[in-house]
Design a protein around this ligand. Structure first.
Ligand code: NAD
Length: 270
């Protein structure tokens, strides 16, 4: 990856802001001014945060293209057909990375041009704290060097894996949308703690760090989650009693159905 890499975001919303913060903190770019973002003047308040970080900002996507090597398409899927025709004449030497849920590589390639270098990538918002997880697949014009750039860039904000495009909607259902499921569980655990008399701040900290720790156990020990679960359930103990309640309330089925619903939604929104 070039030390002088310039990254531009078309769209300055939640995901662009998360990635920009992560790239700057992770020193994926030489300085904050090597990151830029554009969005319509009606949403100019969204650029204020980018400006405060030291990024360049534009209301014209074409101007942003001029000062970017990697261009991240960070608009809602429905907006993509409005944005792409406007920039298609400028994509020749750029590496284009779409993070839009449900928008397929073939569609992007058709709306830009057959020679453009396009990557479809699915990140998640914990990229802000450099604990994100992203997957990507590349179009036919993308070189091994471009793939290496994508891995290095997104590797500064978390884990990154290359997958088949057919998997990306399901990835969106698991990790793209997944932080929201985890926040719900953290909130519910904390509410449970508050109901049992804990101060709210302590309850949030306990629930959130428990989630971080459990995730780290799965990743670092390479142990099946069922084995880790069995290890913390002593016979007749508190944990197995709690799990009995979770099974009765259908937690597993609810989460599986949530992933399925998000995956299906990907195919409807583009
Ligand atoms: P958002 O609504 O927060 O941001 C969208 C941005 O697009 C806004 O800044 C808006 O001003 C801008 N925009 C609208 N029209 C534009 C135009 N013509 N030119 C330039 N910019 C324009 O949305 P978000 O949550 O940041 O999502 C952006 C993309 O990232 C979506 O396609 C989504 O599928 C994907 N994504 C989001 C998440 C997430 O957790 N938010 C996770 C993974 C992928």
């Amino acid at each position: 990856m070039s030390a002088n890499l310039r990254v531009g975001f078309i769209g300055a919303g939640k995901m662009a802001s998360a990635l920009a913060q992560g790239f700057i903190k992770g020193q994926a770019v030489k300085c904050a001014s090597h990151v830029s973002a554009s969005c319509p003047i009606a949403d100019k308040h969204l650029l204020e945060h980018m400006k405060q970080m030291g990024c360049q900002t534009f209301h014209c996507n074409k101007e942003l293209m001029d000062c970017s090597d990697v261009v991240i398409l960070a608009v809602k899927p429905q907006i993509m057909p409005l944005v792409l025709p406007d920039i298609k004449s400028l994509v020749a030497s750029k590496l284009m990375v779409s993070i839009a849920a449900g928008v397929q590589l073939a569609q992007l390639q058709a709306d830009l041009n057959p020679d453009s270098k396009i990557v479809r990538l699915m990140p998640n918002t914990p990229c802000i704290v450099r604990e994100g997880v992203s997957v990507f697949c590349s179009g036919p014009q993308v070189t091994p060097q471009d793939n290496a750039t994508v891995k290095q860039l997104f590797g500064t904000v978390g884990q990154i894996d290359e997958v088949k495009e057919s998997m990306i909607d399901a990835v969106t259902g698991v990790s793209g949308s997944g932080p929201a499921y985890m926040y719900l569980i953290i909130e519910a655990m904390a509410d449970g703690g508050v109901k049992q008399g804990l101060p709210r701040d302590l309850a949030y900290k306990l629930a959130a760090q428990t989630m971080v720790g459990a995730g780290r156990m799965v990743l670092d020990t390479h142990t099946h989650p069922a084995v880790l679960k069995d290890e913390v359930c002593s016979p007749g103990g508190t944990t197995i009693t709690a799990l009995d309640m979770l099974e009765k309330s259908g937690l597993r089925t609810s989460i599986m159905q949530a992933v399925e619903a998000a995956t299906k939604r990907c195919t409807q929104i583009s």
